[in-house]
Design a protein. Structure first.
Length: 87
């Protein structure tokens, strides 16, 4: 199997459902050479949430995704929003 190009990689990722499929090696493939993985974590988010500033924490985490969306000019990309960060 050849690795899809950067332009087609995300749309070619196989969809799987169910936790039992998580370890199936056939569902994984190397990232294109020009891809990067980014992780953001909001500093002091636990304290901010304890101080009832959870909306600010969520907004900071969501802004990471918005910034990447803007940088990619609307191209689709996989992301995970964790409330106090994003991947």
């Amino acid at each position: 199997m050849t690795t899809p190009t950067s332009d087609t990689f995300y749309s070619s990722i196989p969809v799987f459902r169910g936790f039992a499929s998580l370890m199936d090696p056939a569902l994984y493939s190397p990232l294109p050479d020009d891809w990067s993985i980014g992780v953001a974590d909001i500093v002091e988010s636990t304290r901010a949430i304890a101080e009832a500033r959870y909306k600010a924490v969520n907004m900071a985490g969501a802004s990471v995704i918005a910034a990447v969306t803007n940088a990619l000019e609307g191209r689709e990309f996989p992301f995970v929003f964790g409330g106090d960060g994003a991947s």
